[in-house]
Ligand binder design. Structure first.
Ligand code: AMP
Length: 460
């Protein structure tokens, strides 16, 4: 769960990166960083907190050059402190290099231990630093080859941007689990986790960086390589369910349109007699619109969200998550009092937030509460970069729908089926998505250590 942005060949690269990261802020709010290049050296700025606070104008002025990469972070691995903020920028015998990463490497511990045995010193606990070390040790003589050398030694889900004084490299893991798109801005190139960044900059979308593709951007333009051959695409379906911004386009479809379809299908799969449909803002709203359209039950704004707090769940501490629900949402009594309410949300993870929302809706006078979830039960943790807790914390991993209904204290629950989700995102047999969080079918083998690390992260 992070956002990355890159720009090459623009006189105001740092300012463009700042704007691009702003449009990716929903992907991470813990830290923000920009590294620029003026063709001879790199300039780095990394801060904790939001993009708007991290880069005052004087800081952007300092980041000179016509190329930049940037990063917004939410930790799925590693701790929450400035040393973990990205892009990582180091000097090594090949010159200065900076790396921004979205995803997770699933065999990183063995590689890290091996490097430490050979004398490598790490500044952070983040996976990305391992890539920097592996690149520094490579004997290859160009950046793309050094990155390929490094990535050959790890497995995982990654979208990466690498910047040196002279060039930039963008690459995506062989299954394309995490997103990365390519566009043009004036005479230069832009790369971003989501097209939402292009819209803000008035950049023209060209295409996705393909799964397994490594793109070199330098004074000669763009060169594409496929060092690992081409694999079947397995894009993370949870990006479509929850994580990506609704105006983002993936595979020529807007996330919004797919989420509306999830809601429409949900209305078919789990109809109910009710007076009003209420979406949990913001991520449940498109599906609530779809549910209302298909069921004919009117949609109302029964929950209001304060936009002055971040996503509740995005804070890494459980204690803040609980507190956050009340900070973030409040119920509109006139919409809810005496009503049979269909509440639509995109997912149930632990169930703790949903439980509070239902309590809030009942307290506002709702007569019945029917919870509808626009994704299947989340039964398996994600090891590829989405922050999901260990299995034992996922309520659907160990409880039946009846038990979850009781825990949430609602009248009925209806989850979208796996088939319904596939239909909604236009992938009939699910062959082109990673659906591991719903099905347990992990396209990339996960080491025991990464599974254990997830266990340790629970409750931290
Ligand atoms: P809970 O009731 O604790 O299971 O939380 C469910 C809520 O968390 C839903 O409203 C989702 O929109 C949101 N959510 C789901 N997955 C994530 C995630 N990985 N990070 C942040 N929020 C999430």
């Amino acid at each position: 769960m992070c956002g990355i942005f890159g720009i090459y060949g623009h006189p105001e690269a740092a300012k463009m990166a700042y704007l691009g990261l702003h449009a990716l802020q929903h992907r991470g709010q813990e830290s923000a960083g920009i590294v620029t290049s003026d063709g001879t050296r790199l300039y780095t700025s990394r801060k904790m907190g939001l993009v708007a606070d991290a880069f005052p104008p004087c800081e952007l002025e300092r980041l000179v050059g016509s190329a930049a990469i940037g990063h917004v972070r939410y930790s799925t691995a590693g701790e929450s402190r400035i040393q973990e903020a990205q892009p990582f920028a180091v000097g090594c015998r090949h010159g200065s290099v900076a790396v921004a990463h979205n995803g997770n490497f699933v065999n990183v511990e063995a590689v890290r231990t091996n490097l430490e045995t050979k004398g490598s010193i790490f500044q952070s606990s983040a996976d990305t630093e391992v890539i920097v070390h592996l690149m520094a040790r490579s004997q290859a003589d160009d950046l793309a080859a050094r990155l390929t050398d490094a990535l050959r030694q790890v497995r995982g889900a990654y979208s990466l941007l690498v910047l040196t004084a002279e060039s930039m490299v963008a690459c995506r893991d062989p299954f394309g689990v995490r997103p990365l798109v390519l566009g043009r801005l004036r005479g230069g190139f832009v790369l971003a986790s989501e097209t939402s960044a292009f819209r803000l900059l008035d950049a023209t979308y060209i295409r996705e960086v393909e799964p397994g593709e490594l793109l070199v951007v330098d004074g000669n333009g763009l060169t594409s390589h496929f060092p690992w051959g081409r694999q079947e695409r397995r894009f993370c379906v949870f990006e479509q369910v929850y994580f990506a911004r609704p105006d983002t386009i993936i595979d020529d479809r807007t996330i919004y349109q797919d989420r509306v379809r999830m809601g429409q299908r949900l209305a078919d799969e789990h109809p109910v007699e009710a007076d009003v449909v209420v979406g949990v803002p913001d991520s449940g709203l498109p599906a609530a619109i779809g549910y209302s359209q298909k069921s004919g039950i009117p949609l109302e704004l029964g929950l209001i969200r304060s936009h002055y707090v971040g996503r509740t769940f995005i804070e890494p501490q459980q204690s803040i998550r609980h507190f956050g629900v009340k900070l973030k949402l409040s119920a509109v009594e006139t919409v809810l009092v005496g009503k049979r309410v269909v509440v639509v949300d995109d997912s149930i993870v632990r169930g703790t937030t949903c439980r509070k929302i239902i309590k809030m809706i009942r307290a506002a006078g709702a007569k019945e509460v029917h919870f509808r979830v626009s994704s299947p039960p989340t039964k398996f943790p994600c090891y590829y970069g989405i922050d999901t807790p260990h299995r034992r914390e996922l309520i659907a991993a160990s409880h039946s729908v009846e038990e979850i209904t009781q825990f949430l204290d609602c009248d009925t629950i209806g989850y979208l089926s796996v088939e319904g989700l596939r239909w909604s995102v236009g992938d009939q047999d699910g062959a082109h998505h990673c659906e591991a969080c719903f099905t347990g079918d992990y396209p990339i083998e996960v080491s025991d250590h990464v599974r254990e690390r997830q266990l340790k992260l629970v409750g931290t």
